[in-house]
Design a binder for this molecule. Structure first.
Ligand code: HSE
Length: 418
């Protein structure tokens, strides 16, 4: 008998219960033992729901029940969810969670504790919802040296950036729209400032580069300062704007950030719109592989949890520990790498002065800077793409450009993704 308990019966937890109800007979047959939902630990009243018969309110009813072999932790937040994961592993139960905050903060301790207790700790659902990405990186791609990951890992901000461009909306209006549709929370900070995506890229990077990456080391720039005119001007140059959670191996360590970037329209990531997520993984043998799908949602995320449950049913004992448990990645804080940047300037539009502005940009940034012109939506916003330069060079040149009589101010810069 393989009894399963769910801790936290919210959106994702109830999705796991629904799939277990659906698949109980099939799983029991496949694994030649009875596989079933046994208990749900929650403090909510669930009278009248299909979950009510399973409800327990005391943690001991799960942790002290020897028939429960696996605990699904779908509690939100950090401390309580982490405590429950530790307690379940100490009690000798496998743990599967979708909670990225727990995985980002305590992933290596929990992985080690699971190993010591001869059980497993899996978290496919913590990154990219229903998209298989952690198992492919751990297994299918693991012969490769993975040298770069570029992800659209937050559905809320991807919905907002897509909608801002499509419907010519301001940040405030598209945020209200995302909140009304239930994508963005009342306090949208974790999504719009990039912290949600930072945890996800830290989790993926720890696996990819065989060294623990602390999410607090991820440089985070959210999308609050992106305006409609940026989309319009970027499109003129053949780019879309995406919040990219990216990391790559450099000579000096791992560069990692979450920031809005210009992505070429010919890139696979440029076509990822609305709430969808995607992860581009660059491997030494595979080249580019793209994983695409629903990054959130009840059944998509629950599906990833079921994948972990099935992996545990197939292989209940892990034979080795991932490298990130004992090794920490070196993070590059100040990169000297030469990149291209999008630069937005405030400059009152005067027909006669447009050529002068362009000449001024090229005199400061060189002949290869690409002038994108003025936004049609805003007669005081113009932009260009720089030639390759370091961030320090960019800042110096932006200061120089601000002294040009045709430029009121440099108002925003974004990197161009390569
Ligand atoms: N807030 C997250 C998102 C949910 O918008 O992608 C899934 O982690």
């Amino acid at each position: 008998m393989f009894n399963i308990a769910i801790l936290g019966c919210g959106v994702v937890g109830s999705g796991v219960a629904d799939i277990l109800f659906d698949k109980q007979a099939e799983l029991s047959k496949r694994f030649n033992q009875e596989v079933k939902l046994s208990k749900i630990l929650d403090i909510k009243n669930m009278d009248g729901t299909p979950y009510a018969p399973y409800l327990v309110t005391e943690p001991a009813e799960v942790f002290d029940d020897p028939s429960i072999k696996l605990v699904v932790v779908t509690i939100g937040g950090l401390d309580l969810a982490a405590d429950r994961c530790f307690a379940a592993l100490r009690a000798g139960k496998h743990v599967v969670t979708s909670n990225k905050a727990v995985v980002a903060a305590y992933g290596r301790e929990l992985t080690k504790l699971a190993y010591e207790n001869n059980v497993r700790f899996l978290y496919e659902a913590s990154v990219g919802g229903g998209i298989p990405i952690i198992r492919p990186m751990n297994i299918c791609l693991s012969a490769n040296d993975i040298y770069e990951i570029q992800g659209i890992l937050n559905g809320t901000t991807n919905y907002m950036l897509t909608g801002m461009y499509k419907d010519k909306m301001s940040f405030d209006d598209i945020l209200k729209d995302a909140q009304a549709k239930g994508y963005a929370e009342a306090d949208p900070t974790a999504d719009v400032d990039g912290f949600d995506a930072a945890r996800k890229i830290a989790i993926l990077s720890s696996i990819a580069y065989n060294g623990f990456v602390d999410f607090e080391d991820v440089k985070c720039i959210g999308i609050r300062n992106v305006i409609y005119a940026d989309h319009e001007l970027a499109a003129t140059g053949g780019f879309a704007i995406k919040l990219i959670a990216g990391s790559k191996i450099t000579e000096n360590g791992v560069r990692i950030s979450v920031e809005p970037k210009l992505v070429s329209k010919s890139s696979m990531l440029a076509a990822v719109n609305s709430v969808y997520n995607a992860v581009l993984v660059r491997g030494s043998y595979t080249g580019d592989s793209l994983f695409y799908g629903q990054g959130a949602g009840k059944l998509a995320t629950a599906s990833a949890i079921l994948g972990d449950i099935i992996e545990i049913l197939e292989a209940p004992e892990r034979q080795n520990l991932p490298a990130f448990v004992d090794k920490t990645a070196t993070i590059v804080k100040d990169s000297q790498e030469k990149e291209r940047f999008y630069v937005r300037v405030k400059a009152e539009f005067k027909e006669t002065e447009s050529e002068e502005l362009k000449a001024c940009i090229n005199s400061v940034f060189g002949k290869d800077a690409v002038y994108l012109g003025y936004a049609l939506s805003d007669n005081s916003t113009a932009a260009f793409i720089t030639d390759y330069c370091s961030e320090a060079e960019l800042n110096n040149k932006c200061n120089e450009l601000s002294n040009c009589s045709y430029v009121d101010a440099v108002t925003y810069t974004m990197r161009v993704a390569e």
